[in-house]
Ligand binder design. Sequence first.
Ligand code: CA
Ligand code: CA
Length: 578
Amino acid sequence: MIIRNAALSTALIVLLLPIKSLHADISHRKADLAVQVQSLSGAPLEGATVEIEMLNHAFRFGTSVEYHLINPEASTYDATTVENLEKYFNSMTYGNVMKWTYNEDRTDEQNLAIAHLPKTLSAFNSPEPLRLRGHATIWGAPYQVPLRVRNSSDGTYIHEQILQHIGDYHTTFKNAGVDNFDLYNEHFHERKLLIEKIVTSGVTADEAVEVASWFQKAKEADPNAILFINEYNILNFWQEDDRDVHAYKAFVDAVRDAGGPIEGIGLQAHMDRMISKEQMLRRFDILSAPMPPTVNHPEGLPGLPLEITEYDINLSWNPTPQQEADITDNLLEASFEHTAVDGLTIWGMNDSNHWRGNGLIFDDTDRANWVVKPSGQSYIDHVTTEWWENHAGASAANGIYTASTFKGTHKVTVTFNGETKEAIAHLDSDDTLTFKFAATAADASSYNAWVAFINWGSGAQSDALRNADPDEDGRSNFHEFVFGTDPLTQDLPKPPQLLLADETDFMKYTILARNEDLSVQLARSTNLLDWLPIQTVLDTLVIDDGLAEHTIHVSQSDLEPSLAERSAFFRIQISEAN
Ligand SMILES: [Ca+2]
Ligand SMILES: [Ca+2]
């Protein structure tokens, strides 16, 4: 018996491993971030320290939340909700306040304040704001349809009311920074109040023409709005024949064929049964497939992106905490691994603010102590650990350090020769960021950078001071920096050179000095005590190695009114610009 069991276990493992690894490719979620470290003149610098800190995902990880919990002016504002919203998500959807009845009871100003609130909140505690999904413009559920429309049986009137609302709604939210909108919610499940009163034939193609007019109206009001259709019991459809999945896709195609600009397919995913990752991936394939050729579109149309819009777990099937974690694993992994899925929004994080009392992340029975559930741990582990990477290393001989990392926002910090520089990378595809550093004393553009390159010897901190003259050649270190001479050798800089005056210049000086962060000022005196600044024109010609030839042009008018003083002293003053 023991031997047979062992053999069976081995056989199962052999069978399961290929299935698990079949879809584990997430390379499409990553890109190469190359950090190129160079000298000011473009030569590669080896050995720079490079740190890449992930700040935000490109993939949407969102939750629904109620406005009254996150509105700082509401008495019901909940700091714990806001804290967890900013910690674990980069997107949010309002549960109710952007639906038709709520929306039309508010002023435009109030509706815009609602749309703008997420911009004041942080995504994954980064400097970036939360994104917002708009939910939902049209939904035929009772109490989501205004009373006058609900009570009407006049299809023409209802059609006109819908177009009026869509026009108003998408005019209000135009340029409000809403990522995308569920324009039409639950076509297959909430039919009686709207679509069945407008289209009495019951023919799908007729319904598609009507719905296409809604999408067109939204696009007219806001050409930049990205418009989704949204539906439930698709991902968790109970039959292996995927019948409702095909029906949903066929309706989307019919609306598109009728000219309705559907740009994304929403899947609510209120899970009422265990669904495997393979089932989900198969349904994503069906839904994201291109539209087949039609008379109107002989080439067909490209497939559409998908989003999971309302993921949560229905308690109707009495799932164990482990099953809740397992189905969360399945959905997160299927969504992240499938190339067509752009985002996953859960429908509420904590039990006490969930429509069915089963938030995905937290049991907050004790409001002072939110406890992470197994399903929440699955979410947190995937989103903030497994799919969250920081990188560190050193630039190679070609000056480059490359990290293959998640698409999203990263802070890049590079340190070379004691100098540190930072930049933010928004990584959508392979990209290169270039950092330039002073690599030699001649490269240094400031005194402090220059000082770091000189080997001052031991116990000679004071030798590096700006006014020190360790080589006793009569020039301070700052003068040595400015004129590109050696602070430890008695050498001489090229002196300023007086050039012959020509028709435009009364006189003209050239000096050789640093070309960056320096200002050059000419002054005049008759007694070597009082100095009068002279406005001059300065030309800077960069030679190389951080040195430049500065030419000071002095015209006759610069010297007025005392041209009569034929005898004068001139002083060239060089200082760091700021
Ligand atoms: Ca000196
Ligand atoms: Ca010297």
